[in-house]
Design a protein around this ligand. Structure first.
Ligand code: FBP
Length: 559
């Protein structure tokens, strides 16, 4: 089969020439590097249990690469999987990995498994040759091999993975994914080590959500580009709001669980309202309270003759509202037990009655207070395991409906005289495949190259890691972190499991504090910032700027 040559835009054509920056050690020494091993490590939590579960891979040292007189030139074929949601820069991870493998030994081959982890199970792959890789350098998307959400977690799947890898004579597998995929990478590495299978497993931290970060991993790739893409659009909307002065724009932003995207977008654009789910949970706010606080800002602005504004809402909000979190968990349990019978009910009225009769009194009250459309989304949008698909719930519409009701009530009471004309938006997929910013192009290429160096160093059960990210790339430090070092035990689907800890927004962290210090001012004023589109050519202060989150967390500067 021949594939038609891609037609590309003038920007893509120019951008293909961009040579991503690498940490100095690789820039200057290529594969003339060696891995320096630090001290033995411990798990992030529940060390004894994690140690017991990862007898072969636990406690490995953190690795840092330094220059060496001798080069790492092992012959090894490598497989790569892109797992989960798309994130800008995935193609550059592959390019960096490819270049590192070829720098080590021209005979090394790279195989990409198609459609995510399922590709390795079914044995469907594509060899990533120079001409394939070159076509995708510095481009967004995961389309070179595709991605998928199949989880590699059972022994049977591990055996299938082994069969495929052995058939292709692959000595190392690179898994590019979020916290779940990297947790499974750790399990696979341990399984191979325990069975004496000499195949290395290396993870790469990916997710636009930004929640795969910790002491060692400063950021997941894709967050930078995705959030800058949303911020450009939000900045434009802020300008529109302030020009027309007639709409309230309510914008839901992706981030299945954590609110890092909403927080960063707020810091970039200064909206009138930005809800942070982690704060809602910490303060145990009810949906009614959130609605009243939103309505307070609308009313206060209306009092100054401003019947317009911009509000950001994180996608994961609904599950963080304690009473709704409880409702969702009851619905999930109910569907697990009686989902089959529920499936036979023919009308929505029957479905609502069935559910209401089985919920606790408190959850039934919360459920009844929701608009019917949201009730139906909670009941009908379920994943293959029967769980509510939280990301499909139109939280922005729910808030707008409830705020409008609250304002109508206040109008009738005579305490509010404004106009509330809302416009809802959802920004998510718009940012996931954007052409990577310079930061993500450099970071991803460096992560891929580092994964190649870790393979050359012969380690397994590691995540490629670049530190000092808030500094220019030449100051970046490349190395590897044992996956077990990021793990703790958590309850998932009723069982205690070893998992990589998800990083939620830290309410004591610098980014949230910076936002909290100014949000009341932003609520009333039109302090809007317009960051504009991502720039690829021009001054470094514009083209190479890192996110405000990274700058505040790792750069030590304050805006
Ligand atoms: P990953 O964590 O796999 O990178 O995906 C994150 C994400 O983009 C979320 O922000 C969003 O909730 C979800 O994926 C959407 O998933 P899908 O692509 O399956 O609709």
């Amino acid at each position: 089969m021949t594939t038609a040559k891609m037609t590309v835009s003038p920007l893509t054509k120019e951008r293909a020439k961009y040579r991503p920056k690498l940490p100095r050690v690789f820039e200057e020494r290529g594969m003339y590097v060696k891995a320096v091993m630090g001290a033995a490590t411990k798990a992030a939590g529940d060390a004894a249990e994690i140690k017991g579960l990862f007898a072969k891979t636990y406690g490995a040292p953190v690795v840092t690469f330094v220059g060496s007189r001798t080069a790492q030139l092992r012959k090894v074929h490598v497989g790569v999987i892109l797992s989960g949601g798309q994130a800008p820069g995935g193609h550059n991870v592959i390019a960096g990995l490819f270049d590192a493998l070829k720098a080590a030994n021209k005979g090394n081959r790279l195989y990409g498994f198609l459609g995510g982890p399922s590709g390795v199970l079914s044995g469907s792959y594509r060899e990533l040759t120079a001409s394939v890789v070159n076509e995708y350098r510095n481009t967004g998307g995961f389309d070179v091999i595709g991605s998928g959400r199949t989880k590699l977690e059972t022994e049977e799947q591990f055996e299938k993975t082994r069969e495929t890898l052995e058939r292709l004579n692959i000595g190392a597998l690179v898994i590019v994914g979020g916290d779940d995929s990297n947790t499974n990478a750790a399990l696979l590495a341990e399984y191979f080590a325990a069975k004496g299978v000499g195949i290395q497993v290396i993870g790469v931290p990916k997710t636009i959500d930004g929640d795969l970060k910790n002491e060692q991993i400063e950021a997941s790739f894709g967050f930078d580009t995705a959030v800058k893409t949303y911020s450009e659009l939000i900045g434009n909307i802020c300008r529109d709001a302030n020009s027309a002065k007639k709409y309230w724009h309510v914008i839901k932003l992706m981030g299945r669980s954590a609110s890092h995207i909403a927080l960063e977008a707020a810091l970039q654009t200064h909206p009138n309202i930005c809800i942070i789910s982690e704060e809602v949970a910490a303060k145990k706010k009810t949906l009614g309270q959130i609605v009243r606080e939103f309505a307070d800002v609308v009313a206060a602005r209306a009092g100054q003759g401003k019947n317009f504004g911009v509000a950001l809402v994180p996608e994961g909000l609904i599950e963080f509202i304690p009473e709704i979190g409880q409702l969702i968990s009851e619905l999930n349990d109910l569907m697990a037990k009686e989902g089959e019978y529920f499936g036979t009910l023919e009308t929505n009225d029957d479905r609502l009655q069935f559910v209401n009769q089985r919920l606790t009194a408190a959850s039934s009250q919360v459920f009844s207070s929701l608009p019917r459309a949201i009730q139906m989304q909670l009941l009908l949008d379920r994943d293959p395991h029967g769980n509510v698909q939280v990301s499909r719930i139109e939280t922005e519409k729910l808030l707008v409906d409830m705020v409008a009701d609250e304002l109508r009530r206040r109008k009738a009471e005579g305490t509010y005289q404004g106009k509330f004309s809302p416009q809802c938006h959802f920004f998510g997929y718009e940012g996931r495949c954007a052409a990577p910013s310079n930061f993500d192009a450099d970071y991803c290429y460096s992560l891929g190259y580092t994964a190649g160096a870790l393979i050359q160093a012969g380690v397994t059960g590691y995540m490629a890691c670049i530190r000092n990210l808030a500094q220019p790339a030449k100051k970046w430090v490349a190395g590897g972190v044992p996956l077990t070092m990021m793990m703790n035990m958590e309850r998932r689907h009723g069982k205690s499991k070893p998992v990589i800890k998800k990083a939620l927004v830290d309410l004591n962290g610098a980014p949230f504090k910076a936002f909290a210090a100014v949000r009341e001012k932003w609520a009333m004023e039109e302090n809007y910032l317009n960051p504009g589109p991502i720039q690829y050519f021009g001054p470094a202060s514009v083209c190479d700027a890192v996110t405000i989150t990274l700058e505040l967390e790792r750069g030590g500067k304050r805006r």
